[in-house]
Design a protein around this ligand. Structure first.
Ligand SMILES: [Fe+2]
Length: 254
């Protein structure tokens, strides 16, 4: 199964006078065009889709995502407003129509996709409250033999000095690791939020953080090599090799 991942686009409204407004739209537009050329089975969007959670930003986001040919599955980031997000992209993004959380399961592909909502209004850090713990436990217990990919905005592990204590309560990050550790069918975890590319092992399986699509916000990238071109991720999932990830650098004018 081939999955494209995009994250942390921080899109601004078309009428915004922010100096990076046009740049961020151009970055996402170029990635969408290249993703269509790769013909993935699915596109995963790990949150912080817009900068302020405003309807006019979601209108711009919707326009930029419209050309995507593969099904889109989205989880919110701390920059998103879940009500405005659901109203704008509810039909195109796998998001549930009801309920307080924007988490869900996709059963349509070779790998089961589990989208976990780690956001809470006004909270910058990740949240994995008892209600979400019960939901994830049930979801994973329902299909213990089906290979599953988990994706969340907030990584539940520290990244050297750049990202430490990313969850509201440290015990919630531990609970997430313990819970997933009891379900070996979860083959990998994909995250955003840190804007920095990271590959590591977490809860006994591979985890990835992808850099921000917005080139003015990303960190940990050699800009001499990337020349300020946007980068998205292509993940190949197979029973034989597990997760094989590739960073795709795109010409912004593409
Ligand atoms: Fe972000």
């Amino acid at each position: 199964m081939l999955i494209a991942q995009i994250s942390d686009t921080h899109i601004l409204a078309r009428a915004s006078d922010h100096p990076a407004a046009q740049l961020r739209s151009d970055c996402l537009r170029a990635c969408v065009a290249d993703i269509n050329r790769q013909q993935p089975d699915a596109v995963i969007f790990t949150g912080d889709t817009v900068q302020h959670g405003r309807p006019e930003e979601y209108a711009q986001l919707l326009e930029l995502l419209a050309p995507l040919q593969a099904p889109l599955y989205l989880v919110p980031g701390n920059r998103d407003d879940n009500i405005a997000l659901r109203e704008s992209l509810g039909d195109q993004s796998g998001l549930p129509r009801d309920g307080g959380f924007l988490h869900y399961v996709v059963e349509d592909h070779a790998f089961r996709l589990v989208a976990l909502d780690s956001t809470s209004p006004g909270e910058r850090k990740g949240v994995f409250c008892p209600e979400r713990q019960a939901w994830l436990e049930k979801v994973l217990s329902d299909q213990p033999n089906r290979p599953t990919l988990l994706f969340i905005h907030h990584p539940p592990f520290d990244v050297s000095d750049h990202y430490v204590g990313g969850y509201r309560r440290p015990e919630e990050a531990v609970a997430l690791s313990d819970l997933v550790g009891r379900h070996p069918q979860v083959v990998a975890l994909l995250c955003g939020h840190v804007h920095w590319p990271v590959e590591c092992r977490w809860a006994g399986r591979p985890a990835r953080i992808m850099p921000s699509i917005a080139v003015d916000l990303r960190k940990g990238i050699d800009e001499t090599e990337a020349r300020e071109r946007p980068i998205y991720m292509l993940h190949r999932l197979s029973a034989e090799a597990g997760l094989v990830s590739e960073a795709k650098t795109v010409d912004a004018a593409a």
